[in-house]
Design a protein around this ligand. Structure first.
Ligand code: NAP
Length: 320
């Protein structure tokens, strides 16, 4: 099969387009003939810093959608030709993507594979951060940092639909206008505005009940209300978040984090993803797709995702 692989970490041009061996089909494998792979924030970070093996080709990529090409003997809930989205910790940037049976999610009729390719991680992570861990309730205020990204724009939609007030942080007025149309009540351009000052002004000095932080670096604890919850979801900036006990103590803050990939095969999360797929199929949720590239142009796709300030997702369209 063809794949976009890398041997050394680095800039997008470390990705090369090559013939590699097809993935092996084990007893619990679902082999997907990929139609679309959606570039994840984690794909960009992995290419940059996940140690690359010098012996086997390193195929980056967490998520793709397509049709079932082959099935392991133990997978009994799918058939050849079924439309699925799949998750694995690597391998989506290829014509064939091998995932474990519990990480293949049926795509309902009426939902385009290009949207399904950008759905389970994005909406699932946002859903768990808001509700499973963040305990968001109607009427509360949530601050979404990294709102232009895949997880962020999903969080804006889900929080709005749950009856929360949504404050979204991202760069560029043009993107912020678009984010508002997805359900953000207020938007803040962190490049030109003082985020904490704006949040305090928007909340009558109180602060927000919940923060979803997909960016990392210095935390926005000063934007939090007493007893707020702060979700450390990601570190798209490449900087991890450091903080001390006293920063949490004075306002009785709760900090949480989670590795969504570890739960994506559980019945709870599979049911949640099925519900999210159904909502997307009904047109109630959507993921903006900024641009599609061919697999052979994966390096250009990564460069675009990193530098062009897309909203939502960048796709690889894979013609196997
Ligand atoms: N905990 C989990 O299980 C889990 C699951 C999924 C994803 N994640 C993590 O969550 C983060 C967001 O994921 P995603 O897929 O939504 O990412 P994404 O689509 O790449 O979006 C990241 C957003 O972060 C903002 N950002 C701010 N500073 C940045 C910088 N220096 N470099 C790049 N982006 C920067 C960008 O918006 P602006 O241009 O407006 O700054 C961008 O829209 C990633 O770190 C990812 O690894 C964690």
């Amino acid at each position: 099969m063809k794949a976009a692989i890398y041997y050394n970490n680095g800039e997008p041009d470390v990705l090369t387009y090559k013939d590699v061996a097809d993935p092996e089909v084990g007893p619990n494998t679902v082999l997907i003939r990929v139609a679309y792979a959606a570039l994840q924030g984690g794909d960009l970070l992995d290419r940059r810093s996940k140690p690359a093996s010098s012996e086997s080709p390193n195929i980056v990529g967490y998520q793709a959608a397509g049709v079932v090409e082959a099935l392991g003997a133990k997978v009994d809930n799918l058939r050849l030709g079924d439309r699925v989205a799949g998750f694995a910790f690597a391998g989506s940037h290829a014509e064939l993507f091998a995932v474990e049976g519990e990480h293949a999610y049926p795509v309902p009729d009426g939902l385009d594979l290009s949207v399904a390719a950008a759905l389970p991680i994005e909406f699932g992570t946002a859903h768990d951060a808001l509700f499973e861990y963040g305990r968001l309730k109607a009427g509360e205020t949530v601050l979404v940092r990294g709102a232009a990204g895949g997880v962020g724009i999903a969080a804006v939609q889900l929080a709005h639909q749950a009856g929360a007030k949504v404050i979204a942080i991202a760069a560029t007025p043009e993107r912020l206008n678009r984010i508002a149309a997805f359900g953000a009540d207020y938007v803040i351009d962190y490049q030109t505005e003082d985020v904490v000052e704006r949040v305090k002004a928007l909340t009558n000095g109180r602060g927000v009940d919940l923060v979803l932080d997909m960016v990392g670096g210095d935390p926005l604890f000063d934007a939090c209300a007493f007893k707020a919850r702060y979700g450390l979801v990601g570190a798209a900036s490449g900087m991890s978040t450091k903080f001390g006990f006293l920063e949490l103590l004075h306002e009785s803050l709760t900090v949480f984090s989670f590795m969504y990939g570890k739960e994506m095969g559980t019945p709870r999360v599979r049911a949640c993803i099925a519900d999210l797929m159904a909502s997307a199929s009904a047109g109630e949720l959507t993921m903006p797709i900024e641009r599609s590239f061919l697999l052979e142009d994966a390096g250009a796709a990564h460069a675009f995702a990193e530098t062009a300030r897309p909203l939502g997702r960048v796709l690889l369209k894979i013609e196997g």
